[in-house]
Design a protein. Structure first.
Lengths: 80, 294
């Protein structure tokens, strides 16, 4: 997704603030529309993100490389 | 105290003004810990300790005033003022500094080979700084040539070299302020202005623990702002460019206004920050910002 704002300090400040607060903003707007949504605040604000393929790969990367290189850890290892 | 600085302020007793300012004063002191991971700080108020924080990273580094400046951070008028200050100081101290010595102070220009090339290009070898600056009137053309040559022979400073507070330190501060770590968000933006000045914007956001309880007893917003590792007395991002709208209206739009149970820290590190007043309470950001929709 491209950022439509031109890059400068002011826009970067706004962009960072908006991104950091996005989950909270969404939750609060939903509470404004439907006050009962406040009961979902905890679950929505503290929900763990799903594990990505990259994160799963990194968890076993060292162990896998050690096993593949026969324990010597001297074989070349490149990203591709 | 073995290493560090101790600052004591004597104040007349029974002053209502001080009582009124107590909370703001304490928050200002505490804000310095947010922006300085290498800082251990202990604060006492009339003999009673209100703050005792240990550094989270005592080896943390930032760009310090003693580090060399980069020629890319100057335009012609700024370099002219910088030169004038050098000439005036040399005159006061009775010193004679050469242009080569002046060039050597800049980042990336300490090598004699590079200095020689610049001096040859500008045509000021063995010239004293005062002579180069101009005796009767300021030698603007030569100063402009010198700046161009210095920029050509040095690399711009990457924003990350200014020093970044980092996610781990801000996480710890949020936790200490009563925030909920599961709601913690960190954003960082690094960039260069159109004039080639590097900057780093860091934002930390999280909910106060009371904001997750369903009763209505919530604490008000905690908002910490600062620039170049110093905390602001007030929010220094009061206006962006010609729009007149500032950070406060942005926070209201993203539902993080003063009544909300949120903790928000914003820090700007930049090689050149213009302030609107001597107290450094307001930063001049000439760039227009595109505010979010309601």
């Amino acid at each position: 997704m491209t950022n439509p704002r031109p890059r400068n300090i002011a826009n970067d400040i706004l962009d960072a603030v908006e991104t950091a607060t996005s989950k909270w903003t969404r939750q609060k707007k939903s509470e404004e529309r439907h006050p009962g949504m406040v009961r979902y605040r905890v679950s929505r604000m503290t929900k763990e993100p799903r594990t990505t393929q990259k994160e799963a790969a990194w968890q076993i990367m060292t162990e896998a490389y050690t096993a593949a290189s026969g324990g010597t850890r001297r074989l070349p290892a490149k990203a591709r | 105290m073995k290493v560090g600085t101790r600052l004591t302020i004597k104040w007349p007793p029974n002053d209502s003004l001080l009582e009124y300012a107590e909370d703001r004063f304490k928050r200002l002191i505490e804000a310095y810990v947010w922006f300085n991971p290498h800082l251990s700080l202990r604060g006492t108020w009339f003999g009673r300790e209100f703050l005792n924080v240990k550094a989270t990273n005592s080896n943390w580094e930032k760009w310090r005033p003693c580090n060399p400046t980069s020629p890319h951070w100057y335009d012609e008028s700024r370099l002219q003022r910088y030169l004038a200050a050098h000439v005036a100081r040399d005159r006061d101290l009775g010193q004679r500094r050469t242009v080569r010595e002046f060039i050597a102070e800049f980042r990336g220009l300490s090598g004699s080979a590079v200095q020689r090339k610049i001096l040859a290009e500008v045509g000021c070898s063995h010239q004293s700084l005062a002579q180069f600056f101009g005796v009767d009137q300021v030698n603007r053309n030569n100063i402009a040539e010198l700046l161009t040559a210095m920029c050509r022979y040095s690399k711009p400073v990457a924003p990350k070299h200014l020093g970044m507070i980092g996610v781990e330190h801000l996480k710890q501060r949020l936790l200490a302020a009563g925030g909920n770590l599961d709601t913690f968000k960190y954003q960082c933006r690094k960039g260069m202005t159109s004039e080639g000045i590097p900057y780093v914007v860091e934002v930390a956001f999280g909910l106060h623990q009371s904001g997750l309880s369903l009763n209505n007893a919530t604490v008000p917003r905690r908002f910490i702002t600062g620039a170049n590792w110093s905390a602001g007395i007030n929010n220094p991002f009061r206006a962006f460019g010609s729009t007149g709208e500032g950070l406060e209206s942005t926070l209201a739009k993203v539902r993080a206004n003063a009544n909300q149970p949120v903790i928000c820290a914003l820090h700007l590190a930049s090689a050149h920050i213009q302030y609107a007043d001597r107290g450094k309470s307001s930063i001049i950001l000439t760039d227009n910002a595109e505010q979010p929709d309601d």
